[in-house]
Design a binder for this molecule. Sequence first.
Ligand code: SAH
Ligand code: SF4
Length: 414
Amino acid sequence: MADTTLMSIPGQVDPVPVARDITPREDGRVDLIGLPKKDIAALFEAAGLDQRQAKLRAKQVFHWLYHRGVTDFEAMTDIAKTMRPWLAERFVIGRPEVVEAQHSTDGTRKWLLRTADGHDFEMVFIPDADRGTLCVSSQVGCTLNCRFCHTGTMRLVRNLTPGEIVGQVMLARDALGEWPKGRMDMPDEETAAEYTADGRLLTNIVMMGMGEPLYNFDNVKGALQLVMDGDGLALSKRRITLSTSGVVPAMARCGEEIGVNLAVSLHAVTKDVRDEIVPINKKYGLEELLQACADYPGASNARRITFEYVMLKDKNDSDEDARELVRLIKKYKLPAKVNLIPFNPWPGAAYECSTPERIKAFSNIVFEGGISAPVRTPRGRDIDAACGQLKTAAEKKSRAQLDREAAEAAAAQA
Ligand code: SAH
Ligand code: SF4
């Protein structure tokens, strides 16, 4: 039996989490979602097909999974009727379980999802006039404890598998009704048109949900490769952004091996403040981080690095901070843009959001320094879907807190 116990948070700094095995399915079947095509072929071969057949079937199945979004082998019409039950006996096409789906008044949607072994995590879809962005989680919880982030207060953490990560994109496409409907084996004019239809709602992906993606590098890479694969979900790497709190040693690899846009949760420009609010700074300091940004493969004026900067009242929001931000970006010659994020509050948070006037003044200074610094409009606040608010309901009250509440209620009654 695989070890499915969750990791407890090992400390504030350098808590590289170890991926836990996921619980094997009780029926012994293997979930194909999250596997590269060559692994699917290897499984088919191990199950008894000859090499040529295995490769051919893997190609067909892969296309059905990622291009057409089917979840049933019976729907794979170019695979022989007798072959389909053979597949269904041995394999499944999984999706994370949807526990709850919420809709914000501003159109933002949030899903509470559950892994096969019972861990909850969240994903968020943010529709805009010209794009639709899916905010994807990389871990259940997060081992880092950024002081202003609700996810960082979750006590339990598990890395999500490639299937659970790409599964979020699959689920979003299911929910948005975005799989082509034509029949691949009958390419007459009408179905061919449907098959290639691409008026998509989901156009962009940001790895900005729960977790630190660069602490789950291999699984995030595996999932994003399926998202970018021309035979897979076929989304351009230019439409994918990975956000990191600053795991410096993994940043170059991210650029080289994944090649997506980079966002960095900077949030402060002095050692003292960044040490306090983004504790990974004690391990990888500002200079190291900015140098890694300067060296980020693929960054250019056409593909800028985004610096995220959460606006915390009287903490990091002075004119001096804004000027220092400009100075640092210029010093390291960074092709950068700055995203100012009004702090999204959560119960018990130690900070307040800066005033709108302060945010405006900060933004103006950065703009005057020649760097774009828009203020991000908070989305989905009413359903706790905004940046840093993701924390699953099951986790919102700790066991200890529930026990305390029960004890208090009992004492009040006595
Ligand atoms: N772990 C990664 C990605 C997820 S967080 C990272 O830290 O970069 C996505 C963004 O939301 C990060 O910039 C994060 O710092 C920010 N954020 C976290 N809590 C927030 C809050 N309460 N209000 C506003 N932004 C927050
Ligand atoms: Fe983790 Fe990012 Fe939240 Fe920091 S801001 S605790 S790295 S999810």
